[in-house]
Design a protein around this ligand. Structure first.
Ligand code: HEM
Length: 556
């Protein structure tokens, strides 16, 4: 991460060595660090890297909304304060980059948006953001419905046969199929079968997770790529995926069609045969972009948009299994507003229960539980609710996490934060102990979900500021369409042995003890420990949807 930011001088080894020196003096000499952040002196060695975000929650309860964790001389500040998060993500965004995250991702995503250097990022963000315009999203909502129509017969079959399905795995396949079509018009068809490309894509995502969970960059050790079997397999998978992506890019370049271009330019998506992001980027790219950059853009969208959405669906299903009253509210809204037809964007904009379900799920189980940053400059943070007078004084090259998991579970910011309560999104909440925080105000809600503005940076599932998720609307619509189409037709019961909480070193947090039943682990996203195994029940075995059901079963 020794690279220049947009302002100031490049970070040097000297900068990093200075942060190490301060940490060592603080740990061994008891000398207070100039940043004034309390040092989490707990058992860091006992931390489970597979559930680091949970360890950070334990320290948050003990040390407050800014503290420091040390791994040897290396330290990370952990932030759970909306005012500090706003400062880092919005007010002084140029003072930070993605630090260690870029190192983990660069082999896979190259110069894609997430790890890109500031100059590349600016150009590619400008090219990609307009791709997610309204007409594209409208067309995508139809694609989401199509993907669900492939899944519904399988669920119906499982319901009738009484078999158990791993819904986490099913949502993963659904999201992979959706993102393949949306990004490069490729049918992974993973809901129905497993192809070598799907296997390679899934294993590559596994490697991303593994790298994120490993403290040392083992893939950079000379010779490791030839000697370590998992790296050899990873490189073969990358070759396969790259070949496929370059083939799709070439095919898209060759199949340029003036009529299609005109339809795209006019956003006439009823007459666009290939609505994918790739087609948009190739046909409407303002400046020439080489195929390598195009590959990097595509794989970044694929990785960023796959497991995140699947995770929201998994945890929403999990939560509703344990909260039948909330399930009934969501189903009543679906029955009234949509019934058996495909939902539209307009429906979803009006479906407050579905929106609240997704918001509450993301508050309790934010898909990436942490954001990672590195300070390119010295900085002073606002005091907010940290209790650190005058705020934290940050050195150059300090690494930090913003914990969205802690933000969602903070008693400073939410009433009964460990309770799953969809109606909280209809009630205002504030706390004057968090200096400068305006609180959550439902009246400031606009669009599809309560944004960081409505919660004044206490709710950041999609990040905030200029690096905010480009796929937030896409993901919200995909999750909403799936929830609407599946909960109209089915209900789920958990069918699995409780996962031993000791296995992960975690007890279920607070009132939500039931969480221990499926366990949690995370790298890029929060997963269950072993899957979400469910029995499926049809809501209308003989009723409203039965003609649809018999048609599906004949075609399945
Ligand atoms: C960035 C969350 C779905 C593409 C981000 C960030 C978060 C996030 C927190 C900010 C990262 C940071 O600041 O370090 C989510 C969640 C999703 C989701 C919770 C699903 C519920 C998607 C989808 C796509 C996507 C569906 C694409 C189709 C991206 C990209 C970035 C990003 C490209 C990088 C943006 C940039 O740096 O300019 N996402 N995301 N995400 N997301 Fe998403």
């Amino acid at each position: 991460f020794l690279k220049p930011g947009e302002k100031g001088q490049p970070l040097t080894f000297g900068d990093v060595a200075r942060t190490f020196k301060v940490n060592i003096e603080q740990i061994f000499g008891g000398i207070p660090a100039p940043d004034k952040a309390p040092l989490a002196a707990a058992d860091v060695e006992g931390l489970d890297f597979k559930a680091l975000f949970l360890g950070m929650k334990t320290y948050f309860d003990q040390y407050g909304s800014v503290f420091k964790m040390c791994f040897g001389p290396k330290s990370f500040l952990v932030v759970t304060d909306p005012m500090v998060a706003k400062h880092i993500l919005k007010d002084n965004v140029k003072g930070y980059d993605k630090g260690a995250l870029a190192v983990v991702l660069e082999d896979i995503m190259g110069k894609g948006l997430i790890p890109a250097d500031p100059v590349t990022w600016k150009k590619r963000r400008k090219a990609i953001t307009p791709g997610f315009h309204n007409k594209y999203l409208e067309r995508m909502v139809d694609e989401f419905a199509c993907a669900n129509e492939a899944l519904i017969p399988q669920l119906r079959k499982a319901a009738r046969a009484g078999t158990t399905l791993d819904m986490e795995e099913r949502y993963g396949s659904l999201a992979l199929d959706v993102i393949g079509k949306a990004v490069f018009n490729y049918n992974f068809n993973s809901v129905d079968e497993e192809s070598p490309v799907v296997k390679a894509a899934i294993r590559t995502l596994g490697e991303v997770e593994h790298r994120a969970l490993t403290p040392l960059p083992y893939w950079k050790i000379p010779g490791a790529n030839e000697l370590i079997p998992r790296l050899k397999e990873f490189n073969e998978d990358m070759d396969l995926l790259n070949n496929k992506l370059y083939e799709l890019i070439d095919r898209c370049l060759e199949s340029r069609d003036p009529q299609e271009l005109e339809a795209l330019e006019n956003k006439d998506y009823d007459n666009v045969k290939d609505p994918s992001m790739l087609r948009f980027l190739i046909d409407l790219r303002g400046e020439e972009v080489d195929n390598k950059q195009m590959r990097d853009d595509l794989i970044t969208l694929l990785i960023a948009g796959h497991e995140t959405t699947a995770a929201v669906l998994t945890w929403a299903t999990y939560a509703l299994i344990h909260h039948p009253h909330e399930l009934k509210k969501v189903q009543a809204e679906i029955d009234e507003k949509v019934g058996d037809r495909r939902p539209t964007i307009e429906d979803i904009k009006e479906m407050r229960q579905v929106q609240n379900l997704l918001a509450e799920t993301l508050r309790m189980w934010p898909a990436p539980p942490l954001l990672i940053r590195c300070a390119l400059e010295e900085d002073t943070w606002p005091e907010g609710g940290t209790g650190i007078e005058g705020g934290v004084k940050l050195q150059r090259a300090s690494d930090l996490f913003i914990s969205m998991y802690n933000l969602g579970r903070s008693p400073q910011l939410w009433e009964k934060p460990d309770s799953f309560d969809m109606d909280r999104w209809e009630r205002p909440f504030t706390n004057e102990k968090v200096k400068g925080w305006k609180g959550y105000n439902p009246e400031l809600r606009r669009g599809l979900y309560p944004s960081e503005i409505a919660a004044d940076y206490a709710f950041l599932p999609f990040g905030a500021g200029e690096r905010k998720c480009v796929g937030d609307q896409f993901a919200t619509l995909e999750a909403a369409v799936t929830i609407i189409m599946l909960l109209r037709r089915f209900e789920f019961d958990l069918d699995m042995e409780p996962v031993n909480p000791q296995l992960l070193g975690v007890e279920g947090p607070g009132e939500d003890q039931s969480i221990a039943r499926v366990g949690m682990k995370a790298a890029a996203t929060i997963h269950t420990a072993k899957g979400l195994f469910c029995k499926v029940r049809e809501r209308f075995p003989e009723g409203a949807s039965s003609s649809e059901a018999s048609k599906e079963l004949t075609t399945a």
